[in-house]
Design a protein around this ligand. Structure first.
Ligand code: KDG
Length: 325
């Protein structure tokens, strides 16, 4: 049975064949995107049996999405098909490299969502009565959520609240901020801090925390969110700091890689960090597994890349500080 359950919307992703605004590219290649299914896929790639819970439309994009996530080794038995609403879609816009006439800057890509009224936006606490979902949620050692889901609808927000309130002994809940300002138009992001503080493991990027809460400083964020056992703050991809509730702080630098495309790197980091947590690794090795998993996503065009072989992974996790990065 899956040890980890990730819940949230995934979409058909249309990836352009060249940099530039969508109206100028030649073709879009169909792919799959979604923060939580990326984490589920990353966990599965690292050997952690995982499941993804969501809803898709009764359409080709939905069938493709479920098939691709399942092909990554993820249990999709609790993904519901909504006969009335479509699968969400996003178009990716990719900027050229520095100096290219179409330079989008350091983020280097932008997502254009077509997801309002999607099948996944109709997720609600009713999910908890679904036998397939209930079975997965009952047995999981880890439940992974993100700040995208509560932005999607009132039903989604209510579901996230219920899942955070229903604590189960032996089950960790992780929460990745995933600040997506475009999704909060007309909705109140003021609901987020209480959700974040209800998790056991909180993951945030310093830049997104700065945008959402006015600070990216790890110590201030730790004070702002006192309840989670661990708060992990990612500093623009270079340094990640894990702050435990008992005051222990561990910082680990990211690996230097040639970035091909950054989408999905945060999800890959989360997958590595969470896999390390489930394996009982110490904090430094958890962070390293996060960095290694992120490096594989950074050097791939889609949301996920190849994970190094277990021998290579093991040697890197155990490397002396001077040989790591
Ligand atoms: O983290 C990558 C995601 O942003 C992408 O796959 C799409 O889930 C997505 C979202 O809502 O932005």
């Amino acid at each position: 049975l899956p040890q980890a359950v990730c819940l949230g919307e995934s979409m058909a992703a249309l990836l352009p064949d060249r940099p530039g605004p969508p109206e100028t590219v030649g073709a879009f290649r169909p792919s799959v995107g979604g923060a939580e299914s990326n984490v589920a896929g990353g966990l599965a790639a690292l050997g952690v049996p995982s499941a993804w819970i969501s809803r898709v439309g009764d359409d080709g994009f939905g069938r493709r999405l479920v098939a691709e996530v399942a092909a990554r080794g993820v249990d999709t038995s609790a993904v519901a098909v909504d006969p009335h609403r479509p699968t969400g879609v996003y178009l990716k816009e990719v900027g050229g490299a520095v100096g290219h006439p179409y330079d989008l800057g350091p983020g280097r890509s932008r997502l254009h969502y077509h997801r309002a009224g999607s099948a996944a936006s109709a997720l609600s606490p009713e999910l908890l009565a679904d036998p397939a979902a209930a079975r997965l949620l009952a047995d999981a050692r880890l439940l992974h959520l993100s700040g995208i889901t509560p932005a999607l609808s009132d039903g989604c927000l209510a579901l996230v609240r219920r899942l955070l309130a229903e604590r189960r002994p032996g089950r960790l809940v992780s929460f990745d901020l995933n600040w997506r300002p475009a999704l909060w138009h007309g909705r109140d992001p003021g609901v987020l801090p209480a959700l974040l503080d209800a998790a056991d493991l909180l993951l945030l990027g310093a830049d997104e925390a700065e945008a959402a809460f006015g600070t990216g400083d790890p110590a201030e964020l730790r004070r702002m969110f006192p309840s989670p056992a661990t708060v992990v703050v990612k500093d623009a991809g270079h340094l990640v700091t894990a702050l435990d509730r008992d005051g222990t702080t561990v910082t680990e630098p990211a690996l230097a890689v040639d970035v091909v495309e950054p989408t999905g790197a945060g999800d890959a980091f989360a997958a590595g960090y969470l896999a390390g947590t489930l394996r009982g690794l110490d904090q430094r090795r958890r962070l390293r597994l996060g960095h290694l998993s992120a490096a594989s996503a950074l050097t791939a065009h889609g949301d996920q890349g190849e994970i190094p072989l277990p021998e290579v992974l093991g040697a890197l996790l155990d490397a002396e500080a001077g040989q790591w990065a």
